[in-house]
Write a protein that binds this ligand. Structure first.
Ligand SMILES: [Zn+2]
Length: 411
């Protein structure tokens, strides 16, 4: 079968979707359930319907656009990603997997293929944690990784509840019904790499073998404040000095594992009261730890816990840790990796096997279906910023291999 995708149509759609944004071009801001996000969803549903796909939405707003196969009872083949974007982001993160997935399905339909299995495009709600503090909301619920009750407790920074926000967006079904009852034979996500390896090594495609296990902690340190002149050094219980030691302990937990896949980061440090002549009394840290091995990731977390206890004792401060999430890693399906590799070879493209340290909806889809991911290069590895860029040629290559893979899996 000769697959020729319509790159011009796809590029035009990427531009059209990028224009539905709360930030000035080239930046894209599209936060879940804002009027802009709802407008983008309507636009996308229109595109899917125009392509002849049957569209449904579940109670959290995950969009399913299905091309029915000849055996409607057989588990379907699925592809997809997300269209929400963090503030001041770019046009390609998630979108390449959604519009590229649509283009792949459209191309197969236009080629006259009659697949045995249904092929479905899945657009996940809130892959980004921007609004409700937790990433991959749609795929967590869909896969049963998060239960409906836990989702109902989620609130926005302004105090508004997820439950009220989604109902106001017209999603009135029960969250209990989001967990999928049917199963998929395979889920394949096309995505920009969001790292520099493909570009650096001049390889046009990356096939993901593993997705790292993410965990995040919120650490609150409580010491004693006071006048920066009045309180002498021996009398101090400075919360920021304790935080400084703990931040280095987090870095050390990441470095000491000896594995390149262990990473540990303190991304947020809020200091109270934050005045030049005041001893910091309270500090809040946000910690992110990831690894492809859950044992190594958990060992790093235990090291951080050990440091927490000893720093608290030594500095006479209280340090509380709240674990926000600690997800398991995912292995991609060797069978789907094989189909992707064969597709690359047939098209004459070189590829490399790689690990995804960023997590994606695929991580949660792996709980209910065999998964794989296909990466394309993005300029300098930039992502989550307005100058994020993937070339039309790189996108077309990825979409073509995706289309061929969907066709083979749907046989
Ligand atoms: Zn993404």
């Amino acid at each position: 079968m000769k697959i020729e995708i319509d790159g011009t149509r796809l590029s035009a759609e990427i531009e059209e979707l990028a224009a539905i944004s709360d930030a000035e071009a080239p930046a894209v801001t599209r936060i879940v359930f804002t009027p802009t996000d709802l407008k983008a969803r309507r636009w996308l549903i229109g595109r899917c319907e125009k392509s002849g796909l049957a569209v449904r939405q579940d109670a959290i707003g995950n969009i399913f656009a299905r091309w029915a196969g000849s055996d409607v009872g057989a588990p379907a083949i699925c592809t997809g990603s997300h269209i929400d974007a963090i503030p001041n982001a770019g046009k390609y993160d998630g979108v390449v997997g959604v519009l590229g997935g649509l283009e792949a399905i459209r191309t197969l339909r236009e080629s006259g293929l009659r697949p045995k299995r249904s092929i479905e495009l899945l657009v996940f709600t809130s892959e980004e944690p921007t609004r409700f503090g937790i990433g991959c909301l749609g795929s967590r619920l869909l896969s049963g990784t998060m239960c409906a009750d836990a989702a109902r407790t989620l609130t926005n920074k302004d105090g508004s509840k997820l439950e009220d926000v989604r109902i106001a967006a017209g999603l009135t079904g029960l969250l209990e019904e989001v967990k999928l009852k049917s199963d998929y034979r395979a889920f394949v996500e096309l995505h920009i790499e969001q790292g520099p390896l493909l570009e650096r090594q001049k390889v046009p495609l990356g096939i993901v073998t593993q997705i790292a296990a993410p965990a995040s902690l919120r650490i609150s340190i409580e010491g004693a404040g006071g006048h920066a002149g009045g309180v002498s050094m021996p009398d101090r219980r400075d919360a920021l000095c304790a935080a400084a030691e703990l931040i280095l302990a987090v870095e050390n937990a990441g470095r000491s594992s000896g594995a390149v896949d262990t990473v540990a980061t303190v991304g947020i440090c809020d200091v109270f009261p934050g005045a030049v002549n005041s001893i910091p009394s309270r500090v809040q840290l946000s910690v992110d730890i990831r690894d492809t091995s859950v044992e190594r990731r958990d060992k790093a977390m235990r090291e951080i816990e050990g440091a927490r206890q000893s720093i608290a004792t030594k500095r006479q401060v209280s340090i509380q840790t709240q674990q926000l999430n600690a997800d398991a890693p995912a292995d991609c399906s060797p069978a789907i990796i094989e189909v992707l590799s064969e597709g690359c070879k047939r098209q004459g493209h070189s590829f490399m096997l790689m690990v995804s340290r960023a997590y994606h909806d695929s991580l949660f889809m792996s709980r209910i279906a065999p998964i794989a991911m296909l990466f394309i290069p993005c300029r300098k590895g930039y992502s989550h910023r307005p100058d994020e860029y993937a070339s039309p040629e790189d996108i077309a290559r990825g979409v073509t291999v995706l289309a061929e893979t969907l066709a083979v899996l749907a046989e």
